[in-house]
Design a protein around this ligand. Structure first.
Ligand SMILES: Cc1ncc(COP(=O)(O)O)c(C=O)c1O
Length: 275
C-alpha cells in the first residue's frame, strides 16, 4: 500500500498504525475530506481545509494542527506517493477512547492517505432510497466518518443496477446522494437543494453556484418526479449527468444545464487549482 501521514510521521500504509481503541473505529467519531489531486496538487485544498475545520467544530473535535501545517503534510504525503496520485483523503478521529460514546483525552488521530483517481461512467443511473436524511440531526451537513447509512443506501442502489442512491429528507424534499450533491433542471431553471435540506455543503456544488446561474431551492419529491435533466457533483466525479431516476429515463442526458455546468467546471479547473 501507499505511504500515509499519521499524526506528523510518514509511515507505510501496510503497517498497523491506528490503535484498536480509536474512537473513529469504535463509534464512527470522526470527520473526513476527499479531494481530487491534479498533477501533484490537491484541488480546492483551501476549501477542503475550511470544511474539515467546520466539521471538526460541529463534532467538538479539537484540531490543534494549523491549516499551514496540514497543507505541508498534504504536499508531503502526495510527493511520497507520486506518480499516480489522483485523490487525497484526510481523516480526523476522536483519537483513542473508551469503549462507549464518551471521548478520550489523548487528542485526535489525523491521517492523510492518497489513492489513484476515480473513473466514472459518462452518466449515472440513480435510485431514490426509502430512508430519509434527517436534516435536523446533530450531524446534518457535517462530513463525518459515520457513513454506514450511505453504505446501506449505495448497496440498495447497486443491487438495482444504479450507480448512486438519492435521499429525500424528513420534509419530503430532495436532499443529496451518498457521495454527491444533485442539481436538477425544473421548469426552465437549474435548481439544487439548499443546505437546510440536510445535504453536505459540497465543494463542487459551491464552486458551481459561483460559476453558473443556478438557484438553491427546495425541490419536493413530486417535482423531482418530473425533472427534465439532472446531474451529480462531487470532488471525484466533477459533473456527472444522470440518465435514469429509478425506472424513468430523463428526457435529456446530458441536458443543456448539465453541459453548461460541465464546461464551466472544466474551465475553472483549467484556470486554477485552488479556487
Ligand atoms: C454525502 C455527500 N454529499 C455530497 C458530496 C459532494 O461533496 P464534494 O463536492 O465536496 O466532494 C459528498 C462527497 O463525497 C458526500 O459525501
Amino acid at each position: 500500500m501507499s505511504t500515509i501521514w499519521l499524526n506528523g510521521s510518514l509511515l507505510s500504509g501496510d503497517e498497523p498504525a491506528i490503535k484498536a481503541d480509536d474512537h473513529g473505529l469504535l463509534v464512527g467519531d470522526g470527520i473526513f475530506e476527499t479531494a481530487k489531486v491534479i498533477d501533484g496538487t490537491a484541488f480546492a485544498l483551501t476549501r477542503h481545509l475550511g470544511r474539515l475545520r467546520r466539521s471538526a467544530a460541529g463534532l467538538g473535535l479539537e484540531l490543534t494542527i494549523s491549516d499551514g501545517e496540514l497543507a505541508a503534510a498534504v504536499a508531503e504525503v502526495i510527493a511520497a506517493n507520486e506518480p499516480g496520485v489522483g485523490r487525497l483523503r484526510m481523516t480526523v478521529t476522536g483519537g483513542p477512547g473508551p469503549l462507549g460514546s464518551a471521548r478520550g483525552a489523548d487528542g485526535p488521530t489525523v491521517v492523510l492517505a492518497t489513492g489513484p483517481g476515480s473513473t466514472w461512467p459518462a452518466s449515472a443511473d440513480v435510485v431514490v432510497v426509502p430512508w430519509p436524511r434527517n436534516e435536523r440531526s446533530a450531524v446534518a451537513g457535517l462530513k463525518t466518518t459515520s457513513y454506514a447509512e450511505n453504505v446501506v443506501a449505495l448497496a440498495h442502489a447497486t443491487e438495482r443496477g444504479a450507480g448512486e442512491a438519492i435521499f429525500a429528507n424528513l420534509a419530503g424534499n430532495l436532499c443529496e446522494g451518498t457521495g454527491s450533491n444533485i442539481f436538477v433542471g425544473l421548469d426552465g431553471r437549474l435548481v439544487t437543494p439548499p443546505l437546510s435540506s440536510g445535504c453536505l455543503a459540497g465543494i463542487t456544488r459551491e464552486l458551481l453556484l459561483e460559476e453558473i446561474d443556478a438557484v438553491e431551492s427546495d425541490v419536493s419529491m413530486e417535482e423531482f418526479a418530473r425533472i427534465d435533466e439532472a446531474f451529480l457533483t462531487s470532488s471525484t466525479r466533477d459533473v456527472q449527468p444522470i440518465a435514469h431516476v429509478d425506472d424513468r429515463a430523463l428526457p435529456s442526458c446530458p441536458g443543456p444545464f448539465t453541459k453548461q455546468a460541465a464546461d464551466a467546471f472544466a474551465a475553472l479547473e483549467a484556470r486554477t487549482l485552488d479556487p
